[in-house]
Design a protein around this ligand. Structure first.
Ligand code: RIB
Length: 299
């Protein structure tokens, strides 16, 4: 059983030929909202793509933005433990998706900032020790992430941190993390940009570090072991939430005692499928879809 603690946002999405640069206005296409937020996306992926019992601890506002997120998490099978933050709007994200499926995202964290250390024990969440893995990101306050990591680590719960969006992390937090998941930019921010990816991975003092490489797949270092998982080719429509799908599917697989190599393969497959549809949670495949997709791959 997995617990995800983190952000939940309503994503405001518009497609455009390209993502505007500073000072530029572009005329886009249709506007739509989708349930998102790195934490909620990862919880939905863990439950839906990974097929694992998943609880989520999140902070929402008392507004109309919360309902679609709650409905999406329920549809994915996530057991949500929601804190209500009276004076803040539910988190929102403003996303431009380009015709080549890339995106630019600005998050207004709102209620996500109201998730505090005390909520771990006050929301009806089952005891932390009953979970195999705790999965977190960096869209909620760093002090909360650090407190939850410390509590879980002390109980022997595997702590997984997706260090996104990039920010400096205190050594005390990293000491409580068992598995760190980053993209190339986040890895360079934490390890320093010098040297190749393996050199950067080696400089992170966490037992297992995974770096996602977009359309090239991912690399991992676990102790002295190095693993490479190439990407599976798909025609991308929208890459929003693909990294989150990777994180949720990876943790789900690890919680079912798959090896890291097997878990990386499942996660890369789930992330590839997530790129083929619009939206974050709306694009997460089912476990059956991941299994079917993998059965068709030759590598
Ligand atoms: O990783 C994608 C997510 O980042 C979006 O769903 C958006 O809400 C932001 O949190």
């Amino acid at each position: 059983m997995v617990v995800v603690a983190g952000s939940a946002n309503l994503d405001f999405v518009v497609r455009a030929a390209h993502i505007p640069g500073p000072g530029e206005t572009v005329l886009g296409g249709e506007f739509k909202t989708y349930p998102g937020g790195k934490g909620a996306n990862q919880a939905a992926a863990c439950a839906r793509a990974g097929g694992v019992v998943t609880h989520m601890l999140a902070a929402l506002g008392n507004d109309a933005y919360a309902a679609p997120i709650e409905a999406s998490l329920a549809a994915a099978g996530v057991v949500l433990h929601a804190v209500r933050v009276a004076d803040q709007a539910t988190g929102t994200a403003f996303i431009c998706v380009s015709d080549d499926a890339e995106n630019a995202i600005t998050v207004a964290p709102g209620a996500n900032q109201g998730l505090v250390p005390a909520h771990l024990a006050s929301t009806g969440l089952p005891p932390l020790a009953s979970f195999s893995h705790l999965l977190m990101q960096l869209e909620t306050p760093l002090a909360t992430v650090a407190a939850y990591a410390h509590a879980a680590h002390a109980l022997g719960v595997t702590v997984v941190l997706n260090a996104a969006p990039a920010q400096a992390l205190p050594a005390e937090l990293l000491a409580d993390v068992d598995i760190l998941i980053v993209n190339e930019g986040e890895l360079a921010a934490l390890a320093g940009p010098t040297g190749d990816l393996y050199a950067q991975l080696a400089r992170i003092g966490v037992p297992t570090v995974v770096v996602t490489l977009g359309g090239r797949g991912c690399l991992a270092r676990s102790g002295q072991q190095r693993l490479v998982q190439p990407a599976f080719p798909v025609k991308p429509v929208d890459t929003t939430g693909a990294g989150d799908t990777f994180c949720g599917a990876l943790v789900a697989a690890l919680s079912q005692s798959l090896t890291l190599a097997e878990a990386l393969r499942q996660a890369i497959a789930a992330a590839a499928l997530a790129c083929t549809k619009m939206g974050a949670q709306s694009s997460i495949p089912t476990r059956a879809e991941v299994t079917d997709f993998l059965a068709k791959q030759t590598t």
